[in-house]
Design a protein around this ligand. Structure first.
Ligand code: 0L1
Ligand code: MG
Length: 260
């Protein structure tokens, strides 16, 4: 495992790239022995620094949870990341593209929990502990050039997390078949991608199961009241200034916003 001085130095680098919308070379280019454990240590330090700035952690994201995303990014396992309150943008808002490097959008189902979750779980246990599910769009923005990275490097960049927009209608997860929710992403009125929610690990609650297992491996739990994004249902769509995005979720409403 890398020592604390190096973890701090890498955190400085990631934070600087995120704050100034600049790119960096893969962290593994300089530290080829860097492990996934080291990357989550960088995330821990990022969270510590965001909280020290007055930000609030609202939950966690699972990423790379669909075959389409794994293929698109050339990796074969999910990643997890931190969601802070400052990353959130309201529905119908304008997101400033100058604050981002090369953003892409992806439609996701978010879970809001009402009980603590820990250890090895079943989908049913996740659903019982879920207050509601709600449509969300994540704006991912890798700080690596051309969105090219390895799993270790992308986890240290907090899974490319940059912004997220929540909207549509909150639903009781047990009133819907969470494997067959159809999703369509439109950019400027044109359909760019479509899919069904089973694309996420056969059932989006499986992303929560895997997230909680990951937390358990680090001696952590998922607190009640957490907001969890379960990962893109389709590949991610690149966006530019002037683009209007609408993601339509079957039986759950839609989420719209634009880039300026
Ligand atoms: O939320 C995601 O699926 C993104 C995970 C990180 C990989 C990427 O930047 O696409
Ligand atoms: Mg995502």
């Amino acid at each position: 495992m890398l020592d604390t001085t190096i973890i701090n130095k890498l955190t400085d680098r990631v934070l600087n790239a995120q704050d100034h919308a600049t790119t960096m070379t893969k962290l593994t280019d300089e530290y080829p022995s860097m492990s996934i454990e080291d990357s989550y240590a960088v995330q821990d330090e990022l969270r510590r620094r965001w909280i020290a700035r007055g930000d609030r952690c609202v939950g966690l994201k699972a990423g790379l949870t669909s075959k389409a995303k794994m293929l698109q990014m050339g990796v074969d396992e999910p990643s997890f990341g931190i969601l802070m309150a400052s990353f959130s943008r309201p529905e119908n808002s304008a997101i400033d593209i100058k604050e981002l490097v090369h953003p892409r959008v992806e439609a996701e189902i978010a879970f809001v929990t009402k009980a603590e979750l820990k250890g090895d779980l079943t989908i049913e246990q996740v659903l019982v502990a879920t207050d509601y599910i709600i449509p969300a769009v994540e704006v991912i923005d890798s700080r690596y050039e051309k969105f090219k990275f390895d799993l270790v490097s992308v986890i240290a960049d907090n899974g490319s997390s940059s912004r997220y927009v929540t909207g549509g209608r909150p639903r009781d997860p047990r009133e819907l078949d969470l494997r067959t929710i159809g999703v369509v992403i439109e950019k400027n009125g044109e359909i760019m991608a479509l899919g069904a929610s089973a694309a996420v690990l056969n059932h989006p609650a499986n992303a929560v199961v895997m997230l909680v297992k990951h937390l358990a491996s680090r001696g952590e739990v998922l607190p009640a009241g957490s907001y969890v994004m379960t990962g893109g249902i389709t590949e991610a769509i690149p966006v530019s200034a002037g683009d209007c995005i609408t993601a339509r979720f079957q039986d759950m409403g839609s989420v719209s916003f634009r880039f300026v």
